[in-house]
Ligand binder design. Structure first.
Ligand code: FES
Length: 172
């Protein structure tokens, strides 16, 4: 019985010593390897992981061609601002135009003034007639006009990758 007790005590002493004998050198070795593998893991995740080195470096942009709605959804003789698409849809009678909101001076977003019936740039004061032609301020040319077509489903489709002459309009 006494022998058993002695053995148990020795074992617990030994266990204690194992932890206690974990020398600084051992600790530094383990810590060093841990740091090494952590660094390798971080590099590998950068290279092979999601959006890593092998992931194509491209920007995914929305399509430049999009539907803006049926012609009847735009009131007659109106200018509708589609901020998310950066265009104005200008309707005069049955004529439709898509005009860019981007100022031709330094690229600020122009705004439509209902009272004055013109486009104005808040940055340096360029002004454009309702048809997009510049008449005041530093803007060197008219606002860009984009192609507008009527789709088979009867919706107006604007293509901002196709700039058209300013007199171009879609008659519906
Ligand atoms: S950016 Fe519009 S006037 Fe300068």
């Amino acid at each position: 019985m006494e022998a058993k007790e002695k053995t148990r005590r020795n074992t617990s002493e030994t266990e204690g010593r194992i932890w206690f004998n974990f020398s600084r050198r051992n600790f530094l070795t383990v810590a060093g390897w841990g740091l090494f593998f952590a660094t390798i893991g971080a590099y590998l995740s950068q290279i092979l992981g999601y959006k890593g080195f092998f992931y194509p470096k491209v920007l995914f942009e929305p399509s430049p061609k999009f539907a803006v709605g049926e012609p009847k959804s735009f009131p007659e003789n109106s200018v509708t601002t589609l901020k998310s698409r950066k265009i104005f849809v200008v309707r005069d009678g049955n004529s439709f135009k898509a005009i860019s909101v981007v100022c031709q001076h330094l690229g600020c977003a122009v705004e439509f003034s209902k009272e004055k019936n013109i486009f104005e740039c808040p940055c340096h004061g360029s002004k454009y007639y309702r048809n997009g032609v510049n008449f005041a301020g530093p803007a060197p040319r008219p606002l860009s006009h984009f192609e507008v077509v009527l789709s088979d489903s009867g919706k107006l489709v604007v293509d901002t990758s196709k700039i058209v002459p300013i007199e171009t309009e879609l008659i519906v």
